[in-house]
Design a protein around this ligand. Structure first.
Ligand SMILES: CCNC(=O)c1c(-c2ccccc2)csc1NC(=O)CNCCc1c[nH]c2ccccc12
Length: 329
């Protein structure tokens, strides 16, 4: 079996949403497929109405295939301070032609203001390792865990695009979606993430710099968060760029020319993030000052290769072989 879902970018490619069917009769929810977390949680009829703002909600009492997982609860907090919590149902979940009949669907009873404000996002579908699933007393498997045994190949791929729809594919590698070869790196899943080490980088005019960057492939984080030394070297090549504390990061004139950022994948493969992707978005409505798509990874403990980087590549997530494949496109 294979499955494919379109990944549609929201404004400024802040996140990508994919239509997923949940329950019987199938309810279509637009979820954020998130390789940086492992909970599948959805807006639900159990939320106070004040916390719902246009989202489609899952009502387990309306799904003939929903079964409550008695006594199970969950609560998650993300690094940006957003959070959600609730209880758990076992129900059918499908992405395209791929259906998992007994998937833990975490129904939200409370969500933080950031999620309420995100009117098009009906929840998250975690694709990291289940060791960081937050369901208590028994952690639950991810959609990918449950799908593996029926997939033609036990992999999924992310093909995100700049301001255009891309795809998440399950069970196959679409050879027409990338150029050249796929370079595979070993994954360290000990912290529950798709963690890998890039041996070095280059910034347009500068030469190649050997410096290990240990990071995660994270479709749920918007920006490319890198070590301070790398970020300083990058913005040194952007005239007028400066760190603005009140904005929480590096800003520059929207008219600035931004160099490409190249990171190594293994010793002889490279992924080039075009400078255009690193001019992330205007900081205000005047559109004179823009916010950088590369920012510091301070306080996280590792780098985060978020959407700004991932949309420059075709990425293969291979759980059984604990490896990540990278290709240009
Ligand atoms: C800013 C989002 N990223 C993180 O917090 C994060 C961190 C992290 C930890 C500490 C400080 C900063 C970041 C490590 S792994 C990691 N990745 C994830 O947590 C991936 N899931 C993000 C889901 C998410 C959080 N806020 C949203 C707002 C809209 C859509 C999705 C989200």
């Amino acid at each position: 079996v294979t499955g494919s879902g379109v990944a549609s970018p929201q404004q400024y490619d802040v996140e990508y949403l994919t239509p997923i069917s949940v329950g019987t009769p199938p309810l279509v929810l637009n979820l954020n497929l998130d390789t940086g977390s492992s909970d599948l949680w959805v807006f639900s009829s159990e939320l106070p109405p004040s916390e719902i703002n246009g989202q489609t909600v899952y009502d387990p009492t309306k799904s003939t295939s929903a079964k409550k997982l008695e006594g199970a609860t969950w609560e998650i907090e993300y690094g940006d301070g957003s959070s959600s919590e609730g209880d758990v149902y076992i129900d059918s979940v499908a992405i395209g032609d791929l259906t998992v009949t007994a998937q833990a669907v975490q129904a939200a009873k409370n969500v933080s203001a950031e999620f309420t404000a995100d009117t098009h996002d009906d929840g998250l579908l975690g694709l990291a390792f289940n060791t960081i699933n937050t369901v208590q007393p028994t952690r639950q498997k991810t959609f990918y865990d449950n799908a593996q045994s029926i997939l033609d190949a036990p992999v999924f791929t992310a093909d995100l695009k700049d301001d255009a729809p891309g795809h998440y594919n399950f069970g196959y590698i679409d050879s027409s979606a990338y150029t050249g070869n796929i370079s595979y790196l070993p994954v360290d899943s000990s912290q529950g993430f798709w963690m890998f080490t890039s041996p070095g980088y280059a910034i347009s005019k500068g030469g190649y710099k050997i410096t290990e960057m240990k990071g995660i492939a994270d479709t749920g984080t918007t920006l490319l968060l890198l070590p301070t030394s790398v970020v300083l070297a990058y913005y040194k090549q952007v005239d007028g760029a400066r760190y603005e504390g009140t904005q929480g990061g590096y800003i520059f004139a929207c008219s600035a020319t931004l160099p490409d950022f190249v990171f190594a994948v293994g010793n002889n493969a490279r992924i080039t993030v075009p400078g255009k992707y690193i001019n992330y978005a205007p900081t205000d409505s005047s559109g004179t000052t823009c916010f950088g798509g590369i920012q510091k990874d301070i306080g996280i403990g590792f780098s985060i290769f978020g959407d700004v980087a991932l949309k420059a590549a075709f990425v293969v997530f291979d759980g059984p072989n604990q490896q990540l494949g990278w290709a240009a496109k």
